[in-house]
Design a protein around this ligand. Structure first.
Ligand code: CA
Ligand code: CA
Length: 542
């Protein structure tokens, strides 16, 4: 009896840890599964505490729950814990119903808004409506950047204070937008502008960049540092060139840096007491091949700066580029898709010479020195390994996405989740499927059975607790998705059979939403117990 009790306690402990996660420290972000768009300041997109609850090497199905409420052009979500979740959106001014930036607190079970704060109606203000970001910091406030403003929001009721950020006088405030921010561990926010040409003021959202014939004539981007406590700008510098990708910060050898890919090279600034100093000693020279375009946001993988080229449509295949933070002359490059045929998807407005477009940035797994890359034109994604001798391709798979690649799960059980729209044109796809892949091998593990209304290009599947992810449709749809074994819904500890450990785990999670909510109704109750008992025994036999 005593032994059995201990065994049950052990089973409870394992499942409880998986269900709720330990409190991981990730300053300056709140300690949660997702407090920032890419979890950490290094933009790894690695969400270790989100789990894939399907089977590796088995048949999985995807359960879909849909919201009645509408959250137009959702960009990202952040969580304090499984019950306190928030969504930012409205920033794709070219999408129907996106009237301006909003943040909402969402009931995780019904997906209804608890509060909904419309920060600005850009149709009334006459401003460029372009996506920013929301983050939850370890001072327990939500910070959202949008246009040329930063708001600090009280997560309890959605009330907010707002500050205006520096704007460019030549294009005007109405054409200045800060596309996201990053932060140092002490909380200092780092943000950067993009500009819409005043000749393209009729174009909203990303159209203001991708469809504007004057997009290359805008001023060089501005980099600012902000004290979030005082809502004060600490420093501002003009970058050497216009930069599209969002800034990425890293602490290396005791110093704080911000890294950016420019249209010709990679640069970094050291940041001390909020002040920027361009570090000219770190200069990799030209990092692109002929025909390539500017890299998107940088990811930091251990000692390495990692970026992929072709953030804008390009006439040469994409490169993955790794540069050592300690010595910029140590650089590796690989074109993982250069051998693949490109059947031009005829994206309206893109020249016929285009063979590559990758609006997302890389994702990285620092535990395995693996880099995940995607290109919407050859319609492929890949895993690339960084070793002492350079970069090499581990696997490639046919998949067409314009989204970031979310990497979920603990070490040894990593899964890559992103969208796929086979046969459709990038930027103009009307539907998306969602695909889960074994991140080690590329093997497809699960896929939504039916196509969902399209996401906006350049967003990401949002990992959540309990094996779920959230999917934000561009016109306001919000779905929760959960992959699970087709024939073995009750195998909670994933040992290949449904038995006493799974029953014990379910009892420990009884009540609300949990990993043991097998029928996906946000309650762990008798209906789930019935499903578990019906599946009793080795997987695949019931
Ligand atoms: Ca089991
Ligand atoms: Ca249930």
């Amino acid at each position: 009896m005593h032994q059995r009790a201990l065994w049950l306690i052990a089973a409870f402990a394992i499942v409880a840890t998986e269900a709720h996660g330990q409190q991981h420290s990730n300053p300056p972000w709140a300690s949660s599964l997702m407090a920032f768009e890419h979890y950490d300041s290094g933009r790894t997109h690695l969400f270790e505490r989100a789990h894939f609850r399907g089977a590796f090497g088995g048949c999985n199905i995807v359960e879909v729950g849909a919201a009645d409420a509408s959250y137009p052009s959702g960009y990202n979500m952040v969580y304090q814990d499984p019950n306190e979740i928030f969504i930012y959106g409205g920033g794709y001014g070219n999408v129907p119903n996106s009237i301006g930036p909003f943040v909402a607190k969402v009931d995780p079970n019904t997906l209804e808004p608890i509060w909904y704060t419309q920060l600005l109606v850009t149709a009334e203000s006459g401003e460029w409506n372009y996506p920013g970001v929301v983050a939850l910091m370890n001072d327990d406030f939500l910070y959202v950047i949008y246009g040329y403003r930063l708001a600090r929001i009280d997560p309890v009721d959605g009330s907010f204070e707002v500050m205006e950020l520096p704007t460019d006088l030549t294009v005007g405030a109405e054409n200045t937008s800060y596309n996201g921010f990053d932060a140092l561990s002490d909380g200092t926010l780092i943000a950067k502008t993009v500009y819409r040409s005043p000749n393209c003021e009729t174009l909203q959202g990303p159209d203001g960049l991708f469809k504007c014939p004057y997009a290359s004539t805008v001023p060089s981007s501005m980099l600012v540092s902000i004290d979030p406590c005082k809502l004060q700008v600490l420093d501002q510098v003009t970058l050497p060139e216009a930069v599209g990708g969002r800034p990425t910060t890293a602490r290396f050898q005791g110093k704080d840096f911000v890294y950016l890919a420019t249209p010709t090279t990679a640069i970094r600034y050291q940041i001390e007491d909020g002040m920027f100093t361009l570090d000219g000693s770190w200069n990799p020279g030209n990092i692109y091949y002929s025909g390539q375009t500017v890299g998107s946001a940088v990811a930091i993988m251990n000692d390495w700066f990692v970026v992929q080229s072709n953030g804008n449509p390009a006439a040469a295949p994409l490169s993955v580029i790794a540069i050592h933070q300690g010595n910029a002359s140590q650089m590796h490059q690989l074109q993982p898709f250069s051998g693949l045929p490109v059947v031009p998807p005829t994206t309206p407005g893109f020249p016929a010479s285009i063979v590559s477009w990758a609006p997302m940035s890389v994702s990285v797994d620092p535990d395995h020195n693996l880099i995940y890359t995607a290109d919407s034109y050859p319609s492929a994604i890949a895993a690339v390994e960084l070793t002492a001798s350079g970069l090499s391709t581990v696997w490639t798979a046919q998949q067409r996405t314009t989204e970031f690649l979310a990497l979920i799960g603990p070490r040894g059980r990593r899964v890559l989740v992103t969208t796929d729209f086979p046969g459709q044109s990038p930027y103009y796809n009307t539907t998306d499927e969602v695909v889960w892949r074994n991140a080690q091998t590329g093997e497809e593990l699960a896929r939504t059975a039916e196509a969902l209304p399209a996401m906006t290009a350049g967003t990401m599947i949002q990992p959540y607790y309990f094996g779920k992810v959230f999917y934000m449709g561009q016109e306001g749809e919000l779905f929760s998705l959960k992959a699970r074994p087709a024939s073995c819904a009750g195998d909670l500890d994933q040992d290949g059979s449904v038995g006493g450990a799974d029953l014990a785990a379910m009892c420990s999670l009884w009540g609300g939403p949990s990993d043991a909510d097998l029928n996906f109704d946000a309650q762990t109750d008798g209906a789930d117990l019935t499903m578990l008992l019906m599946a009793w025994g080795p997987c695949g036999t019931n």
